[in-house]
Structure formats: structure tokens, C-alpha cells
Design a protein around this ligand. Sequence first.
Ligand SMILES: C[S@@+](CC[C@H](N)C(=O)[O-])C[C@H]1O[C@@H](n2cnc3c(N)ncnc32)[C@H](O)[C@@H]1O
Length: 250
Amino acid sequence: MTAIPLRLSAELTADYCQYLQQQFGLTTTTAPAGWYLCMQQGALVLLNADLPKQGAILVDFASGASNYRRQHGGGKSEAIAKAVGLNKKSNISVLDATAGLGRDAFVLASLGAAVTLVERNPAVAALLADGLRRAAADPMLSSVADRMQLRHCPALQALQNSTAVDVVFLDPMFPAREKSAQVKKEMRAFHDVVGSDDDADSLLAPALQLAQKRVVVKRPGYAGWLADKAPTMAVTGKNNRFDVYVNAAI
Ligand SMILES: C[S@@+](CC[C@H](N)C(=O)[O-])C[C@H]1O[C@@H](n2cnc3c(N)ncnc32)[C@H](O)[C@@H]1O
């Protein structure tokens, strides 16, 4: 895992810098090379000093696709909602064991689920924490943010030390099909910063142990099953497939 430093700047207060260092073990720098985190217009962002056209990567639940989906999306008819069971019941507890930038978790929380977001990568977890901080301060989003809780730890640890949850959601990295030059910018950043999730198969058995109702695994349409285990059913979305392993009815 590549260590991503935090760039010191006037916009980064000493208190917030100390919080990020303590919570996520980030180191600091004044002259970054390659990927680094820094504060930009009130938000923690991921930038690359060698790729000026890359643009800032951040968790922003208030704009763009996330909020559009919250306001105009398919709601309970979205494939992810059907896969998790939110079309039947809204107050479901979900452990999202591979939270990433929290987009799926935000959709689930917008539909009423209480979501624990587990992320092991320190830089990604710091971006998530910052996105949740801003969402909690936004009157339009605070009720959704209240249903989202971050845990910065490996998924295995969370799966083995968690109170019962209805659903475990897994979305490990999957090798992109496109040639690297065509891979979207954010995906390239993720592949650089996070790498590949080689232990993904090992998460299915503990997830099935913990989930009271079901485990949902998000996969690209062309990908095989996680741990080669056939699901009970699959829900096919526009860009992805959700493999559903049912333990009990929702
Ligand atoms: C494809 S991304 C998830 C994207 C996410 N579903 C979203 O909507 O933004 C996978 C993420 O899972 C994290 N991850 C993978 N394996 C993990 C593990 N064993 N424990 C904790 N986090 C893990 C990676 O660091 C990465 O950030």
C-alpha cells in the first residue's frame, strides 16, 4: 500500500492536521511528489504533483452524481436497493466492508439504511471522514450523514468484531478491463493509491457468518463470482451486477 502524505498549508489548521495524523497515521510534507492529500476550498482532496491534469479527488456528497442520485435517482427501484432489500424494508443495518469513496454507502443511507463504512486505506479513509464531516454540517445532508459511521480498519477485523448486521456489502477492487490510458482518472488514482484487493475472496465466508439476512457483492458484469461461490440470485444494474447470498428473508 503506497503511503500518501498530507501537504501542510495555511488552509490546514494545526488541530485538523493533528486529527488526521492521529486517526489515519498520515505523515506530513511541504513538498509533495506523486500522490498527496491537501486542503482545498474547505475540503480534503487527493492530488498528484506529477499529473496536473488529474484534478482533485474528494468525497463530496453534496454535488455531482451522489446528490443527483439522492434527489432524482431510481430510489428503491435501483439495482443496489433491490439487491440489499431496501425495496422491502428501509431500516436495514448494512456493513459496507469495502467503503472506498462511499458512493454506494451514501445511496444506501439515503434510502434509510444505517451504514457502517469500513475502509483500510488511510488516505481513502481520511477522504471519507472529511466528506462525512462536511455532510454532517450541511442541513440537506445531515440526516443521511447521521446514518453513516466510518471505521478505519481491515474488513476482516470489522467482520469479526461487529454487532449483528442485516446485510454485509462488498465491493472490492476488480482489475479494470479498459487499457490503462482509457481508464477513467478516478479509477487510475484508485489503482495507484489502493492497488489491488488480492484478499477479496477471503471476505465472503466471514461476511456470510455475520450477515443476519444477506451478503451483497458488487461485481463488473463480466467478472466471475467472489471466491467462486455461486450466489442465490443476481440483480443486474446498468454498469454492474450485484450477487446476492441470502441467509434469511428480509
Ligand atoms: C472499489 S472500491 C469501493 C467503492 C465503493 N463501493 C464506492 O461506492 O465508492 C474498494 C475499496 O475497498 C477497500 N478495501 C478493499 N479490501 C479491503 C479490506 N479487506 N478491508 C478494508 N477495506 C478494503 C479499498 O481500499 C478500496 O478503497
